[in-house]
Write a protein that binds this ligand. Structure first.
Ligand code: SF4
Length: 91
């Protein structure tokens, strides 16, 4: 079973109003590449125009982006509030 299938069993309750991760405006590209390569959910992407497309909705709350670029690229990194966010399912 591949990773996408495994990730597909997780459920997300997305806080639509309050992103729990916010990326700085005009992020440094070489730093950004680290996140693009490292996020296990593939949430950091470049558009055809070369700008960042980031969707916090599928976040696994693994903290990788925070460890790598928390001080340089992320304006905010918090766990989603209450019962919002990822709900892991195993199987
Ligand atoms: Fe991706 Fe993990 Fe950062 Fe969420 S916490 S955006 S899954 S690297």
């Amino acid at each position: 079973v591949n990773v996408d299938v495994k990730l597909g069993v997780n459920k997300f309750r997305v806080d639509e109003e309050n992103p729990h991760i916010v990326v700085v405006k005009n992020p440094d590209m070489s730093e950004l590449k680290k996140l693009i390569n490292a996020c296990p959910a593939g949430l950091y992407k470049l558009t055809d125009e070369g700008t960042l497309q980031f969707d916090y909705a599928g976040c696994l709350e693994c903290g990788t982006c925070r460890v790598l670029c928390g001080n340089t690229l992320l304006e905010k990194w918090e766990y989603p509030q209450g019962t919002l966010g990822v709900e892991y399912r195993y199987g």
